[in-house]
Design a protein around this ligand. Structure first.
Ligand SMILES: NC(=O)c1ccc[n+]([C@@H]2O[C@H](COP(=O)([O-])OP(=O)(O)OC[C@H]3O[C@@H](n4cnc5c(N)ncnc54)[C@H](O)[C@@H]3O)[C@@H](O)[C@H]2O)c1
Length: 207
């Protein structure tokens, strides 16, 4: 069974991804500092899947802590969701965004390199396309006219990843996320209720 580490795995998209992966027979390991999520998510995942995934409460800027996770688990792949994500907030407090999003991604890449983990899915954002007019697709230019620090962090992380010897399975962009990441339809009524809760908890300024 493949071991997939989900950074930001307790968040809105991370937790739904965990459910989908568990339902498709992956072993998921979640790491999250709970800055924008809560511990209850773990029980909700268990209620839907009957499996309580391994969870580490950790800020992934903590290099030693992250290395211990890689040491204690044979990680095959990483899906990197951890990050701050509100455009307006990033304009008000850019340094917080650069610190959190950049340092966490660099620490993750260094750790993946150290443990020879080569598969990564990065959750990027449509903000990397700047103020260009739609329609946009994956071949559209990125990095020009980005209007906020949040988008800058996503663009810079993409550039850093491209320079790494990592097989990039996919750079998940908003354009894909909004069509594909609308909340999954859970097979049970309870699942739908949980999905609604997540929707309500998620802030409005999504990107
Ligand atoms: N929601 C969307 O529509 C959308 C669109 C485009 C891109 N994205 C990107 O997808 C990712 C997930 O988005 P989401 O909507 O699930 O957000 P979210 O805030 O619900 O999830 C992010 C999780 O990361 C955690 N986190 C933040 N910084 C961390 C750190 N340094 N160490 C450990 N954990 C940390 C938070 O506690 C949270 O649980 C983000 O990177 C976001 O930029 C989301």
């Amino acid at each position: 069974m493949k071991n997939v580490l989900l950074t930001g795995g307790m968040g809105y998209i991370g937790s739904h991804t965990a459910i989908e992966l568990i339902n498709n027979k992956f072993n998921v390991i979640l790491v999250d500092n709970l800055s924008n999520s809560s511990r209850d998510v773990l029980e909700k995942i268990e209620r839907i899947t009957d499996i309580k995934p391994k969870f580490y409460e950790l800020d992934i800027r903590d290099k030693e802590g992250l290395e211990k996770i890689f040491k204690d688990n044979k990680i095959d792949s990483v899906i990197h969701f951890a990050g701050l994500k509100a455009v307006g907030e990033s304009v008000q407090d850019p340094l917080r965004y650069y610190d959190n999003n950049m340092i966490s991604s660099i620490t993750l890449l260094e750790t993946m390199k150290k443990f020879a983990v080569k598969e990564l899915v990065f959750s990027s954002s449509a903000t990397v396309y700047g103020d260009q007019k739609s329609p946009l697709d994956e071949s559209s230019q990125t990095g020009v006219g980005i209007t906020n620090p949040y988008g800058q962090t996503k663009f810079m992380i993409e550039q850093i990843i491209k320079g790494q010897p990592i097989q990039i399975r996919e750079l998940v962009k908003d354009i894909v996320m909004h069509s594909n990441w609308n909340l999954p339809i859970f097979p049970t009524d309870e699942g739908d209720a949980i999905a609604s809760e997540f929707l309500l908890e998620d802030d409005e300024e999504e990107v």
